[in-house]
Design a protein around this ligand. Structure first.
Ligand code: ZN
Ligand code: ZN
Length: 474
């Protein structure tokens, strides 16, 4: 697959010798003519070891009960394209049964095997089908990330709750939403209880807000040998965790969970303030989705048409190793407010941003499947796994131009990303780390080529309302 993309790109480059349409400043050198002695680098030979995570679902996946069977045959191709982890939807039964996306967790041990909430399979399918997905991922050396909802529960039976002086849906046992019989719960395990009124600082306070201070809850969630954490890891074979709604409980819960089972982990802290995200990753020691980067891209490309927003605070700038970047997810994609989503017209610029910068990028299933994106997105993933390495330095930014350089490393020339949201082609002379070397756009967005001078200065070109990703030829 990678070879095919490289071959197409080199063909496109070799055949195009047209001068740019614009009457911009003269480039330092004319475009390299076809048949020149220079060839594109073989990016597949420059593997930098960096993968991407596939968010392997969207909101209300269809067809119901067939999701595991839908994604399983795709995993091999994802792996070939650079995916090293897949984030699966919640795998256990929720209150809304066959319609549930899992964020209403009822039975943490019903992976589609007990007849409750109106169905045996979950919305995604049966336990056997899930096990086949996990086995297929492991056969392709892809890690499987479980979506874990620790904050709240749904779907229990009614009981009198002395702390609330009324009936509450806090009874979870074999006859009430917990057919597995593991982690049975009652009102003592939710807030308020004998321990306290609520989580000290957390924001979520519903009648089924789990109390993580209760020893029974701790034992069943992560401490004991038959806990959710250990069962998911040791019996089901999950390799890591995506923690849902971490605003609803304190960071020590994550630290305790990780101490018990380890693995790769990322939290959903829906927060556009980079400093708040930074404090949370320091407190938990795990990664967070970079909502700050998401909102800065939305502001830069969509809302304000001003690339200077890319220069503002993001988690990836302070904690690149703990920042999971993304362009869309199951929530943003169904959000009707335009400020909470990146429009389709600007998605590929956003993917070009996250796949060339540091941070660990996520690819959203529907974007990967979108035929309008497929070739371009796969090429960006190839660039991410090859040229997108080394120090990040922003070389230039103004309202409609943004130039960023990755320094590369031994045997790897790095890249220069040149974005332009203006209506005209732009050229700009920038400082590369390439001395007297011909360069081209590996993203396939422009046929312009150039040569750096002996000091590394190079004239680059970005297409109107687009981007180019330069590196050297050989
Ligand atoms: Zn509590
Ligand atoms: Zn928007």
């Amino acid at each position: 697959m990678r070879f095919v993309i490289v071959a197409i790109l080199s063909l496109a480059w070799a055949c195009s010798s047209d001068d740019p349409q614009e009457s911009d400043p003269d480039p330092t050198l004319p475009p390299t003519p076809p048949g020149s002695k220079y060839q594109p680098l073989d990016l597949t030979a420059l593997d930098n070891g960096q993968g991407v995570m596939m968010q392997a679902f969207y909101w209300d996946v269809e067809p119901r009960h067939q999701w595991w069977n839908t994604i399983k045959p795709k995993i091999g191709e994802w792996a070939d394209a650079g995916v090293d982890r897949i984030w699966l939807p919640v795998a256990t039964k929720g209150q809304s049964g066959g319609y549930s996306m899992g964020y209403d967790p009822s039975d943490y041990f019903d992976f589609g095997e007990y007849d409750q909430h109106g169905t045996i399979p979950t919305r995604m399918g049966t336990r056997e089908e899930l096990e086949a997905v996990i086995a297929q991922a492991h056969a392709k050396e892809v890690e499987v990330i479980a979506d874990i909802v620790l904050n709240h529960n749904s779907g229990g039976g009614l009981q009198y709750n002395p702390y609330r002086h009324k009936q509450t849906y806090t009874l979870f046992n074999e006859d009430h939403g917990n057919a597995s019989g593991k982690f049975n719960r009652d009102f003592e395990h939710f807030h308020p209880n004998a321990i306290h009124e609520r989580d000290p600082e957390a924001m979520f306070f519903e009648e089924q807000d789990l109390c993580h201070d209760h020893p029974h809850v701790q034992n069943w969630l992560w401490k004991s040998e038959e806990s959710v954490a250990k069962y998911y890891k040791n019996v089901m074979g999950f390799d890591g965790w995506r923690f849902d709604y971490v605003k609803g409980f304190e960071p020590w819960v994550i630290r305790e969970w990780m101490k018990s089972v380890g693995g790769y982990a990322v939290g959903e802290l829906w927060e556009g303030n980079g400093a708040v995200l930074a404090q949370w990753v320091e407190e938990t020691g795990i990664a967070a989705f970079d909502f700050a980067a998401f909102y800065k891209m939305e502001e830069a490309f969509d809302r304000h048409n001003d690339l200077r927003y890319l220069d503002r605070d993001m988690l990836r700038k302070t904690h690149p190793q703990l920042a999971v970047t993304f362009v869309a997810n199951h929530d943003t994609e169904k959000d009707e407010h335009p400020d909470n989503r990146i429009s389709k017209a600007n998605k590929m610029k956003s993917y070009a941003y996250i796949l060339t910068h540091d941070g660990y990028p996520t690819i959203f299933y529907l974007d990967y499947e979108d035929q309008d994106f497929s070739e371009e997105l796969r090429q960006l993933m190839l660039i991410h796994g090859s040229l997108a390495t080394g120090e990040v330095e922003v070389l230039y930014v103004d309202q409609d131009e943004y130039v960023m350089r990755r320094s590369g490393g031994p045997g790897n020339p790095g890249l220069i990303l040149y974005m332009n949201i203006g209506n005209n082609i732009k050229r700009r002379s920038v400082q590369s780390l390439w001395n007297d070397q011909p360069v081209m756009d590996y993203a396939g967005q422009t046929s312009y080529t150039s040569t750096s001078d002996v000091s590394g200065k190079v004239m680059l070109e970005a297409p109107a309302k687009g981007y180019a990703i330069y590196s050297v030829m050989e």
